[in-house]
Unconditional design. Structure first.
Length: 232
């Protein structure tokens, strides 16, 4: 029999992402979050509005979404309970956070230049998604106790960089799910993926049929960067 329950959080298991943004003084912020999901080449990220990442995204409109593999859990954990916000927001103070300026330094991760945005990519992460903000959706605005505190940021991805070791053999545009081992956060604990159960019936649909117009926009960004024309 199911029982009524009131968990403090409902984080049933999502990939950990490291969001890299640029601070007002030009330094870099790096923050782990687990409120993330994708629709096509759009990425939806959940933020507390008092944090440094949200402030940077609101100001600059760009970031990199870096996905660590399971073996990077120690580096990700070094960022836990740190914030780039000074002074530390009251809510984060109550949860034990402290200000730390050099996020890359404390994590032991390495920044490398992005191709289309100012924030850096994280070299060690097998998946790096350069994105620009298209919309900021306010969440729980109907509730006076939560109004202005949380938001969902909608990113349009305009560059996907993948480590060769996670690609499907012979196909540079496909990730092999048996090779890609993302770091998962479930109720404040790190997990990896288990063995594949079996192929879903959805696997009969070619991935190419999911390609949307944002991919053409990304190609246009590349063409503009290179100073060439492109048919889309």
């Amino acid at each position: 029999m199911h029982r009524q329950s009131e968990p403090g959080i409902l984080y049933f298991g999502t990939p950990v992402v490291l969001i890299s943004t640029v601070n007002e003084d030009g330094s870099y912020n790096l923050a782990p979050i687990s409120s993330a999901f994708w629709l096509g080449w759009r990425c939806l990220l959940g933020f507390g509005t008092a944090g440094q990442s949200f402030a940077n995204l609101s100001r600059t409109g760009e970031c990199v979404v870096n996905l660590p593999s399971v073996d990077l859990a120690p580096q990700v954990d070094r960022l836990a309970l740190t914030t780039g916000r000074d002074p530390v927001p009251e809510m984060k103070q109550r949860r034990g956070y402290h200000f730390w300026k050099d996020k890359f330094g404390i994590s032991g991760l390495t920044p490398e230049p992005s191709e289309t945005v100012a924030p850096p990519r994280v070299r060690e992460c097998p998946v790096q998604l350069e994105g620009v903000v298209e919309h900021i959706h306010k969440v729980a605005e109907e509730d006076p106790a939560q109004r202005g505190r949380i938001a969902c940021v909608e990113l349009r991805i305009q560059r996907v960089m993948l480590a060769p070791e996670i690609l499907l053999d012979g196909n540079p545009n496909r990730i092999d799910p048996d090779k890609w081992r993302p770091l998962i956060m479930s109720f404040q604990h790190f997990y990896g993926l288990g063995e594949r159960v079996h192929e879903s019936r959805l696997a009969s649909i070619p991935e190419s049929l999911y390609r949307g117009p944002d991919i053409d926009k990304a190609r246009l960004v590349l063409a503009l960067d290179q100073g060439i024309g492109i048919a889309v």
